[in-house]
Structure formats: structure tokens, C-alpha cells
Design a protein around this ligand. Structure first.
Ligand code: FE2
Ligand code: FE2
Length: 294
């Protein structure tokens, strides 16, 4: 059973990470949707706006809740996020609320004691309920897209594997929110396998969306895909289970790779059909895994 303090802190921490992840999935779905899927692009746009609204509330509730180290762990935003958002808005025409990112930069860290009171607890509870209901809908929406994509009922420029990937992440967040609302400690048992496979998935999408002229980067992405596939297989089989320090080193390496590609995309030094906000998103997920491992 979570104490009220842990309930508030864990809720804010997970929501700050996951809301941004969810709203960016909506952006990526919207950005890769050709005209026949217009209705789906519009729906994705509404999910983005609803997550934005709840993100603003979360940020308002965050002051004094999260420790400075956690705030600056690179899982909520990175040094590239703001610029990546500006560029992605120009590239896709999708309106991205950069104000929220600026607000995140100003969140005050935890200071000795949490501002716990009945109002705070109630506000967090209501926020989690709204997020759960929105995420339940988003899971259904992504599952529908996946079904349509795999049965050729809808063509999008997003890989099928990536639609499945974003669906699995939404289901993960759903599970975490249910845990929070039941006040149970919620680290899912398969967290390590989930994030190891997630890193392999990122490397494969990067490998496939780099321009064919970018041989060196494609080979690097391929090597990361192989490394994380091997690690995930070892974890699943239970034989030669990788140590946390091996996972940490490999994840720090792939985070470095994602950071470099993000920076090069921002400065137009790499050719790809990757948005800089997309690789920044992958970087934040790697930073989240690093944070979990520590
Ligand atoms: Fe994601
Ligand atoms: Fe991911």
C-alpha cells in the first residue's frame, strides 16, 4: 500500500514522463497519416490536445514534489526538446504547445517536505482518473489503427511495428495508472524485458528511417538492434541474464547515439525521414530506462 506521499510523488513522476510520451505518439500518428486517413489524423489531434490539457495540470501540481536529480534525469525533457518541437511544428504543420516545455523547465524541485494536503491528494486522484480514461481511449484507438494497418484497411507512413510499439507503451501506462489508483507499488515485474525490447525496437525504426545514403549510421543502428535483441533473448530465456551494469552501459550507449542523431537532425547534418522530436522522444525513453536501472 502506497503512503499518501508516495502516491503523490509517483503519480506526478509517472505522469510527467508518460503524458509527454502519449501526446507525442499522437503527433507522430498525425504526422504520418496520408489524406485518406484524415479522420484518424483528426482523432490523433484531439488526443494530443487532451493530453496537453492534462499535462498543464500535472506541471502545476509538480512544484516541490520531484527531487532535483529526478527532474534533471532527461526523461521529462532534454536540452533538444524545445528546438525539436519548434522544428517539428514547422515540418509537419502540427501545432505543438512549446509553452508546456518551458513550464517544465521551471518546475521547482522537492524541498525537505512534500506539500501534502487533502486538496493535493484529491487533485492528483482526479488527474489520474482523467488520464486513465483518456489512455483507455487511446489504447483502443491505437489497437484499431494496428488492426487496420495489418489488414491493409489503412495505409500510413508509420511502420506496423511502430504502431504496435506505441500501443504497448500506452498499455504500460494504463497498467501503471491502474496500480496508482489502487495505491499499490507498481513497478511491473517485466519492466527490464519491456524496456530492453523497447530499445531494440527504437534501433530498428531508426535503421529503417535513416536515408539510404547514411551507411555509417545505419550500421550503428543495426548493431544496437542486434545488441538489444540478444540482451532481451537472454532475459526471456533466463540463461546468461545480463547484469544491470551491462544493461546500463548499453542503454547509455544507445542514448548517446540518439542524442547525436537528434542534434544532427536539428542542425541538418543527417538525412532521414526521422523527425528530431521523434529521436528526442526515443532518447527520453532511454533516459527513463537508465533512471529505472539506477
Ligand atoms: Fe514512445
Ligand atoms: Fe519506445
Amino acid at each position: 500500500m502506497l503512503s499518501t506521499e508516495d502516491y503523490i510523488r509517483l503519480s506526478i513522476q509517472h505522469n510527467l514522463f508518460w503524458i509527454r510520451i502519449m501526446k507525442e505518439h499522437a503527433i507522430f500518428i498525425e504526422a504520418t497519416m496520408p489524406p485518406p486517413g484524415r479522420q484518424y489524423a483528426l482523432q490523433a489531434g484531439r488526443f494530443r490536445q487532451n493530453y496537453d490539457r492534462l499535462m498543464r495540470l500535472t506541471i502545476r501540481l509538480s512544484n516541490g514534489v520531484i527531487k532535483a536529480d529526478d527532474l534533471h534525469s532527461g526523461q521529462f525533457y532534454t536540452q533538444y526538446t524545445l528546438e525539436a518541437e519548434r522544428q517539428t511544428q514547422v515540418s509537419t504543420g502540427i501545432n505543438i504547445d512549446t509553452n508546456l516545455t518551458q513550464m517544465e523547465h521551471c518546475i521547482e524541485p522537492y524541498n525537505k517536505s512534500l506539500p501534502i494536503n487533502a486538496y493535493m491528494e484529491q487533485s492528483v486522484g482526479a488527474l489520474n482518473e482523467n488520464l486513465l480514461s483518456l489512455t483507455n481511449s487511446f489504447v483502443r484507438f491505437k489497437a484499431e489503427l494496428l488492426e487496420l494497418r495489418t489488414t491493409c484497411g489503412l495505409f500510413t507512413m508509420m511502420y506496423t511495428a511502430d504502431i504496435e510499439h506505441v500501443l504497448l507503451e500506452a498499455q504500460r501506462y494504463q497498467k501503471i495508472l491502474v496500480g496508482l489508483q489502487n495505491r499499490v507499488d507498481l513497478t511491473p515485474e517485466d519492466d527490464i524485458i519491456f524496456w530492453t525490447q523497447n530499445m531494440a525496437g527504437h534501433a530498428k525504426v531508426m535503421r529503417g528511417e535513416l536515408d539510404p545514403t547514411q551507411g555509417v549510421l545505419i550500421n550503428q543502428a543495426n548493431a544496437f538492434a542486434n545488441t538489444f535483441d540478444t540482451l532481451a533473448n537472454e532475459e526471456i530465456s533466463g540463461c546468461n541474464n545480463p547484469t544491470d551494469s551491462t544493461l546500463l552501459t548499453e542503454t547509455q550507449d544507445i542514448a548517446g547515439f540518439k542524442a547525436m542523431v537528434t542534434q544532427d537532425l536539428i542542425h541538418c547534418k543527417v538525412q532521414a525521414i526521422l523527425l528530431s522530436l521523434y529521436t528526442d522522444h526515443l532518447l527520453r525513453e532511454a533516459n527513463h530506462f537508465i533512471w529505472l536501472l539506477k
